[in-house]
Design a protein around this ligand. Sequence first.
Ligand code: SF4
Length: 390
Amino acid sequence: MAMIRSLYLHIPFCERKCEYCDFVSVAGDRDSAAYMDALCSEVRLLGAAFADSQLDTIFIGGGTPSLVDPCGIGRLLQTVHEVFVVAADAEITMEANPSSTSRERAAQWRAAGVNRVSLGVQSLHRATLRFLGRVHDAGRALAAIDEVRSAGIANVSCDLIYAVPTLADDEWRRTLAGAVAAGPDHISCYELTVEPGTPLHTSVRRGLTSPVDEDVALAQHRIAVETLSDAGYSQYEVSNFARPGHRCRHNLAYWHNELYLAAGVGAHGHVAAEDASRVGVAAPAGAVAVRYWHGRGIGFYIDSLRRGELPIAGWEGVDAPGHESERLLVGLRLTDGIRVGDSPAATDLARAGLVERHGGLLRVTTAGENVLNSVVERLTADAAQEACYA
Ligand code: SF4
């Protein structure tokens, strides 16, 4: 069996749907108790199939995991520990929203084994929070950071969003300064994207909202890089910034294109082709890895697990060239860079000042980061061609 070190667990309940959200989530926590039972059942099935793996990272995401009964989080992590070997120093992250965080709840998460909380702060600007459809205000967001820390969870991350039509550069600077002053160990800054099927998408289609220009978005990204770097957070991935020793190990596993298990509605996993049968799927001929996913229906998920079946909705094989393209696609987001052999594209991109070699690794420059997608396209086209010639 190929080594699996990471497990993702999805909890799909939220207080209300945010305007821009296309994650697998529903408003309200109806059926959350039955769902958490089903999630524990899936963890047991996965644990039985991958008993020889040792988990270094566990990530409970959503949705809003902080919304469900903290006892459910306790049972979930207890189940993980019963069926998997979990490293003594494993990073165990849980996503939380400020509106469902309190010191008492955070103490229960900590007792359950959570040692890192990622808070969906998103903004400290009132009009922007309203535009995004968030239910908290700036005061609640800052209080939540304190509550998590005072409950004994030292490792705290904040998510922020920029390129929002209501967010002028000055307000973005103020949000960054406010977040820095609250002292989280890690900050993620995501550009707002307009995803099909969301209320924001409808509003843009009807001409009621104008998305932010690409130049403004790029400028706000640079403001984040500069402000956070001045405050001691180093950028280690395009959208992620950490104080020394606080990079998110779970997300690094994704960016290093490692294998991981996933449980819960909508969750996607990545296993070696030789292990595909352990999640009940057949690896296509020529595949080196398999990506599998769950459906979005909560009722179907619960019913399947009551019958003792893994509710896998689909899967696809990844062949060796595809695997290399994926590795470039995610790895080039890392500021350290990744191992990439010499190729005409790499040479051209280096000449154009978009990539550089550093300590045996290839990484994108600041200019390259601004056009990251086209840099990746050039390199993956080269990699695919090399694979054809091989
Ligand atoms: S809290 Fe997060 S997952 Fe829930 S609706 Fe808002 S953006 Fe989506």
